[in-house]
Design a protein around this ligand. Structure first.
Ligand code: MG
Length: 168
């Protein structure tokens, strides 16, 4: 497994279904928020995201947010969900990912990270030593930096899809 390739790739966060998580022995999710669960402009989780969290809870799967975004964004998003949550997490540094796992009381093998950015989310998960699922950004930015990042991600994802025999 190349260091920056994800373990799993889903079209949306919902690919991490209860069946999938149980099948893979996952008891806790560490989650990015922006463009993974909702686009930047949605301050609160939508109906589908809320339903997914309810299903997780019912299945006994914990969830924590580790976001590089600020306090207000994270607290507003998490208001009704009440998950363990860290803002300004400085991903790809893994400190807050590890802390989230400690607070949830789960091992590396029991935890899955899910995010939309290879150089922040996938790398943070790798540095924390846990598995990671990548989703494409819900609503990608079009600025030069973002487009450059996508370009740099392309060979990594090409290799991933080649190994997993899917089309890019
Ligand atoms: Mg994101």
């Amino acid at each position: 497994m190349p260091f920056l390739a994800p373990n799993f790739y889903f079209e949306t966060y919902a690919g991490a279904s209860i069946d999938f998580l149980l099948e893979h022995g996952i008891k806790a999710l560490v989650l990015d928020i922006d463009n993974t669960l909702e686009p930047y402009e949605n301050a609160e989780p939508g109906v589908a995201v809320r339903a997914w969290f309810s299903a997780l809870k019912e299945a006994g799967i914990q969830a924590a947010f580790v976001s590089n975004n600020g306090k207000e964004r994270v607290e507003t998003f998490n208001k009704d969900l009440g998950n363990i949550a860290f803002y300004k997490a400085k991903k790809p540094f893994a400190a807050k990912v590890k802390r989230a796992m400690r607070e949830m009381g789960v091992s590396k093998a029991e935890t899955l990270f899910m995010g939309d950015q290879i150089f922040t989310d996938v790398l943070a998960a790798r540095l924390a030593g846990i598995r990671v699922a990548l989703v494409p950004p819900i609503k990608d930015k079009t600025d030069v930096l973002t487009r450059t990042k996508r370009l740099l991600e392309r060979p990594i994802m090409k290799r991933y899809f080649r190994r997993n025999k899917k089309d890019v």
